[in-house]
Design a protein around this ligand. Structure first.
Ligand code: PEP
Ligand code: MG
Length: 540
């Protein structure tokens, strides 16, 4: 088993035999000529033929891979009309009295080197293009039909670097993955891989004797494994099946409502820890963000994040979600999430200690900074705010007073903000028992089953010794959830679940029967939960 790392340009798993792309052997000899003008006429004819070939490739690509990918062949035709390129060929033929093939190949090399040495990544990517058009013209001059590739079974394609015209001529149904020695993230091979939805790696220094051997491409970790052992192969087959299932679900569910067989609708949102997770939310087609754990902004920072830093992060998430709901939870540190610069004193029972909203209501300066950032960002999307670790109505009233002060100061300063729903996390037994009263105070509840289980069962969620008795299906936890939903609805609040239990598809029907309005789960679980919802029939 051999493992080689590269740079992934598209994720996914491919398993299959290796097939190495052999470039056509354009061995170009330098030959003297005493009739340079005849050589230039040959060049002109070959250039025209190459342009016609490119037009055909453009038409083929247009129907197969769309206009964006076909464009390259239009660009190639333009490159063949480039005066600098043509003059360079003419100059070499006339001054060195050499054959057209040699002049074209030399011009191709020179231009390619020039592009490759430029700082601009886009121009570097064009180095392969100019080489490609030159090879094509040389091929025509030599009477060839252009490079070809004929795999006989679906294969992992290894190549030095694939030129666009080479990729378009491939039989796509036989390509499981692209792995190249050279190339860039923006190269056409990478773009094509993304379009074809297959894994691709660049910068892989492979050996020619890999040809025909069994291999695995791991586009997530950026590596290729040649001749994997049985355990590795089994592991990757499992991963591949999960990926296939995801792709299938995505195709089936994309853009569809989450509705049960009997017509009950529910929102499925995703949980995130920061701006970089939004890509996963969109990729998995979540309807919104049900929990943005804002404390990660504090955990990643070496000092208190400023209002401006927070504003930028919240605004980016809101804008990227393009009007879909984004529920941001205010700072929830303490207990298992410690931040050095808060200089918190040692506590015997941190999970029952100075944490989350308790810190915010004590250090109002920190709380107000975050609220200002949140309200400012609310102008750029649909932001809701929720507060963690609530135990009483008094806390919520105090929070609402502070929120009003923040809004008033923004208004006085002429700073715009949007409509913001306010909610609380229900994650303490106290909040469950007070849920009827609390519902009168807020727009929504989000049940944090991770802490709710910990506090209801008196089981430290961090203690691995207690894993065997830590049962989130415990009837006490389920009753607490049911009670919260019922009381929430009676008080006019909508109710969601954002703890890990929300992703447990063995409970999806139970939650729906309880009347839950939203489930927020980690992005990778969104599709399976949406699938489970569509299989429920609450009329039975
Ligand atoms: C929870 O407690 O269920 C929750 C969602 O919050 P966290 O896991 O961040 O405490
Ligand atoms: Mg919690």
């Amino acid at each position: 088993m051999t493992e080689i790392s590269g740079k992934s340009v598209f994720g996914g798993i491919a398993i299959g035999p290796v097939s190495i792309y052999q470039k056509s052997d354009n061995v170009v000899k330098r030959e003297k000529t005493d009739d340079p003008e005849a050589e230039l006429t040959r060049f002109e004819t070959a250039r025209e033929t190459a342009k016609q070939q490119l037009q055909k490739l453009y038409d083929k690509a247009l129907t197969e891979v769309g206009e964006a990918n076909a464009m390259v062949f239009e660009v190639h035709q333009m490159m063949l009309d480039d005066l600098d390129y043509i003059e360079s060929v003419q100059n070499i033929v006339r001054t060195q009295l050499v054959n057209a093939e040699f002049a074209v190949a030399t011009t191709g090399d020179n231009f390619s080197e020039m592009f490759a040495s430029m700082d601009d990544e886009y121009m570097q990517g064009r180095a392969a293009d100019v080489k490609d058009i030159s090879n094509r013209v040389v091929n025509v001059l030599q009477g060839g039909e252009g490079p070809g590739f004929h795999a006989t079974e679906p294969s992992i394609l290894l190549a030095d670097d694939l030129a666009p015209s080479e990729t378009v001529q491939l039989d796509k149904s036989l390509v499981l993955s692209f792995v190249t020695r050279h190339g860039s993230t923006n190269s056409h091979t990478s773009i094509l891989a993304r379009t074809m939805n297959i894994p691709a790696l660049i910068g892989v220094d492979y050996s020619d004797d890999f040809a025909g051997k069994m291999a695995i491409v791991d586009g997530f970790e950026g590596k290729i494994i040649i001749e994997p052992d049985a355990d590795t192969l089994a592991k990757y087959k499992g991963l591949q099946e999960k990926e296939e299932e995801k792709k299938r679900l995505l195709l089936e569910l994309k853009g569809k409502e989450n509705v049960t067989i009997d017509g009950t609708k529910i929102n499925v949102y995703a949980n995130i820890g920061g701006v970089s997770d939004v890509a996963d939310v969109l990729k998995n087609d979540a309807g919104g963000i049900g929990l943005f754990r804002s404390e990660f902004l504090y955990l990643e920072s070496s000092d208190y994040p400023t209002e401006e830093e927070q504003f930028k992060a919240y605004k980016t998430v809101a804008e990227n979600m393009a009007g879909k709901k984004v529920i941001i939870r205010t700072l929830d540190i303490g207990a298992d999430k410690q931040v050095d610069y808060f200089n918190m004193e040692h506590e015997d029972n941190p999970a029952l200690g100075y944490r989350a909203i308790r810190i915010c209501l004590d250090r109002i300066d920190i709380f107000k900074t975050q609220l200002r950032a949140l309200y400012r960002a609310s102008y750029y999307g649909t932001i809701s705010i929720m507060f963690p670790m609530i135990i009483s109505v008094d806390e919520v009233r105090k929070i609402k007073e502070i929120v009003e002060e923040v809004k008033a100061s923004l208004t006085a300063q002429g700073v715009p903000y949007g409509e913001v729903e306010l909610g609380i996390m229900v994650e303490t037994p106290a909040a469950v028992f007070m849920s009827r009263e609390l519902a009168d105070e807020v727009d929504f509840f989000s049940i944090g089953t991770n802490d709710l289980t910990q506090y209801t069962l008196a089981i430290d969620r961090q203690n691995p010794k207690l894993d065997n008795i830590n049962d989130p299906h415990h009837p006490a936890v389920l009753r607490a959830i049911e009670m919260t939903i019922k009381n929430g609805h009676e008080g006019g609040a909508w109710v969601g679940i954002c703890g890990e239990l929300g992703a447990d598809t063995s409970l999806t029907e139970t939650f729906l029967r309880m009347g839950v309005d939203e489930l927020s789960v980690s992005p990778s679980r969104v599709l399976s939960v949406r699938d489970a919802i569509r299989k429920c029939d609450l009329s039975k």
